[in-house]
Write a protein that binds this ligand. Structure first.
Ligand code: OSB
Ligand code: MG
Length: 369
């Protein structure tokens, strides 16, 4: 299969409610969409999960477009006839930029699987028809607002609640939610907001029988996480620190993490994600699928991944309505706390081009030489 051209489109979608984390507040989701056309007539879609600013990770929307145009796509074009399984190796000389690389691999995989009539789920090795949904709850202006939001999600049927925390918004809100819902699977995410000096403070979360605490310390402080793991009872789950199979292997060896959150964008793609999943299954480490406020395009592929057997915890794979009033694909609707894995070829969802057109802020077609 040859890539004839790649359409790079930046869109902006308002969020149904602001999403505040320790690294900032999102009011809308700006992201880069890819559409590739192949010489065999198939189209492939993907979204690049980099955010609008380099606050969660070093990548950001406009940088992703730049690195794709300048380095990644020319390499792919130069390679010529290509399969998705070759894409990561072709781009390997360029360091970092996992989210941008993941988006390219994913769009190529979508086009390839559509030609072959295979769904993402069957290709990746999913063993379930539906996946359990969790939901990530941002930091709210007041405890009352937090209780209101959590109540809404619980009434909608979410099977696990994740609370974003930061210094000043941790022990109290988590304690209140735990007291109100003593049995709900509950976890927290700090997005690197604490330091090694905070272990005694984080130990105060121990009584709340949390499933895990996600990324309490700096992404580069893997050893610090291993040290913290010895001090607190809550299991540690790395997010930002896991950017490849190698980093997952090392974090596990160091006992810095006993659960892993896999985000395909963060680790460079769905194929790398399956490798990390397999390593975790071998090592008896539970995994779950993280989220990046995806539209239906990324969500479809994430749900296929989350249906692999090692994904034993509910993911941040929420319904479209958790994020957007209107999605850019057929919306994902939760039933009984679960989403169905698409079964049509490729990502398996229909894209709403008219709506995409309405929310596009820039569009450029890169044609293969
Ligand atoms: O740390 O998991 C995170 C969203 C954007 C960036 C980082 C994170 C998140 C979330 C929301 O927690 C996950 C989702 O529902 O998509
Ligand atoms: Mg996280």
């Amino acid at each position: 299969m040859r890539i004839k051209n790649v359409e790079l489109r930046i869109i902006k979608l308002p969020l149904v409610r602001p999403f505040r984390t320790s690294f900032g507040t999102q009011y809308e989701r700006e992201l880069l969409l890819l559409k590739i056309n192949t010489n065999e007539g198939s189209e492939g879609w993907s979204e690049c999960v980099a955010m609008s600013e380099p606050l969660y990770s070093p990548e950001y929307t406009h940088a992703s477009q730049d690195v794709m145009e300048r380095f990644l796509l020319p390499k792919i074009f130069e390679f010529g006839d290509i399969r998705a399984e070759e894409v990561a190796d072709v781009m390997r000389p360029f360091l970092g930029h996992q989210m941008s690389k993941a988006a390219i691999e994913s769009a190529i995989l979508d086009a390839q699987l559509k030609l072959e009539g295979i769904s993402f789920g069957s290709y990746l090795g999913s063993t379930r028809e539906e996946v359990d949904c969790g939901v990530s709850v941002g930091i709210t202006p007041t405890i009352e607002k937090l209780v209101e939001e959590v109540s809404l999600y619980i009434s909608e049927g979410y099977r696990r609640i994740k609370l974003k925390i930061e210094p000043g918004w941790d022990i109290e809100p988590v304690g209140i939610i735990r007291e109100m819902w003593p049995d709900i699977p509950l976890q927290v995410d700090a997005n690197q907001a604490y330091t090694r000096a905070d272990s005694a403070h984080l130990k105060k979360l121990d009584p709340f029988s949390l499933l895990l605490i996600e990324q309490p310390l700096n992404e580069h402080d893997v050893l610090g996480h291993a040290m913290l793991a010895k001090e607190i009872a809550t299991p540690i789950c790395l997010d930002e620190s896991i950017t490849s199979l190698e980093s997952a292997r090392d974090a596990l060896a160091l006992k810095a993490t006993t659960i892993i959150n896999i985000k395909p964008g963060r680790v460079g793609g769905y194929l790398e994600s399956v490798k990390i999943h397999d390593l975790c299954v071998e090592s008896n480490i539970p995994v779950w699928c993280g989220g990046m406020l995806e539209t239906g395009i990324g969500r479809a592929a994430n749900i296929a991944l989350a249906a692999l057997p090692g994904f034993t915890l509910p993911g941040d794979t929420s319904a479209s309505s958790r994020y957007y009033h209107r999605d850019i694909t057929t919306p994902f609707v939760m039933e009984n706390g679960r989403l169905r894995v698409p079964t049509e070829p490729g990502i398996g969802v229909a894209v709403d081009l008219d709506f995409i057109e309405e929310i596009t802020t820039s569009r450029k077609v890169i044609v293969a030489p």
